[in-house]
Design a protein around this ligand. Structure first.
Ligand SMILES: Nc1ncnc2c1ncn2[C@@H]1O[C@H](COP(=O)(O)OP(=O)(O)OP(=O)(O)O)[C@@H](O)[C@H]1O
Length: 297
């Protein structure tokens, strides 16, 4: 049986009146690359912060390597890249690597790490002078310094250009191919498609979908039909509706059929546009706002 490296059981986290994570349970088996997707404020970072011991659950339990996440025995085997990273501005990148490496019993060598993340050029530069993208690459590399069995990467590639993003994907893939386990949050569908084997969609603190990437691909086949209309009749095949004033977007897997049905209904409308459904639209299809069932295979 595959070892479970981390486990959240019935976990809820509140901030005052806000329920950031709501009775969520998840197991992270060894060797898996797990993607966490969800709109802003869904609870992804809060969940990660509980796994890495930065936040305590309000109720429920979180285990990391069979221990409390704050236990040093668990922390030593884990790496993470938070959404925002602060680094001592006057230290050189290579020095920061050494500084972090000193916390682990068997760290990866500075040279190897710099090569793996294509950071050789910045080794002797102070982190305060690095570009946003360079800092981000360094922060991600630091998650791997201690040869972790499990890494948590919270929106690792936000703000990075395509080339750098791909280089990082290669680094994460190589780590996973060598047996490493990772949890990645992202707003980029293609990033999760590229990296993850399993995907959990989080919405309002709850896991609304937990499935393979293939299932996610089917979600990404959704289309958005936007029209200007005062009233829209109920139409078959609509899995989500967004409305702002008289601008209505209908989410569907078959936009051609929906447009035919719309015209056939005789309802007045203007400014028809068809676009690819975004991930947010996929979430809508999975959440309570959907007037019909969530998309099926
Ligand atoms: N320290 C905090 N104090 C108060 N509320 C918080 C705090 N941290 C998070 N929240 C709230 O908890 C909810 C979940 O936030 P969280 O950052 O976990 O979401 P997320 O899915 O990571 O969002 P994003 O994609 O925007 O990073 C949000 O409503 C957020 O405003």
């Amino acid at each position: 049986m595959t070892e479970v490296l981390a486990r959240a059981s019935g976990v809820t986290r509140r901030y005052g009146d806000v329920v950031a994570v709501d009775d969520l349970s998840v197991e992270i088996p060894a060797g898996q690359l797990l993607g966490l997707l969800g709109p802003n404020g869904a609870g992804k970072s809060t969940l990660i912060n509980m796994f890495v011991g930065l936040r305590k659950p309000t109720s429920g339990t979180v285990e990391l390597f069979g221990h409390d996440p704050r236990d040093v025995r668990a922390r030593r085997r884990m790496g993470m890249t938070p959404q925002e990273t602060g680094m001592p501005e006057t230290l050189q990148a290579g020095e920061v690597i050494e500084f972090v490496a000193a916390h682990y019993p068997n760290p990866i060598s500075r040279k190897e790490l710099l090569a793996q993340f294509h950071l050789e050029d910045v080794e002797r530069r102070q982190t305060g002078g690095l570009s946003g993208g360079e800092k981000r690459r360094l922060a991600i590399a630091l998650a791997f310094v201690g040869r972790p069995d499990l890494v948590f990467l919270d929106e690792p590639t936000t703000g990075l250009d395509v080339e750098v993003r791909r280089a990082l994907w290669d680094g994460v893939k190589a780590y996973n191919a060598a047996g490493g386990t990772a949890v990645i949050t992202s707003h980029y569908l293609e990033e999760i498609e590229e990296l993850a084997q399993r995907v959990i969609i989080i919405d309002n603190g709850r896991a609304v979908a937990d499935d393979s990437v293939d299932a996610l691909r089917r979600i990404s086949g959704l289309r958005k039909v936007t029209i200007r209309a005062l009233e829209v009749p109920a139409l078959p095949g609509v899995v989500g509706v967004e409305q702002t004033g008289d601008v209505v977007s209908l989410i569907t897997a078959d936009s051609d059929q929906l447009v035919r049905d719309l015209v056939a209904s005789g309802a007045p409308f203007a400014d028809l546009e068809v676009s690819s459904g975004s991930l947010e639209d996929a979430f809508l299809a999975y959440t309570t706002k959907a007037p019909t069932a969530a998309p099926t295979a």
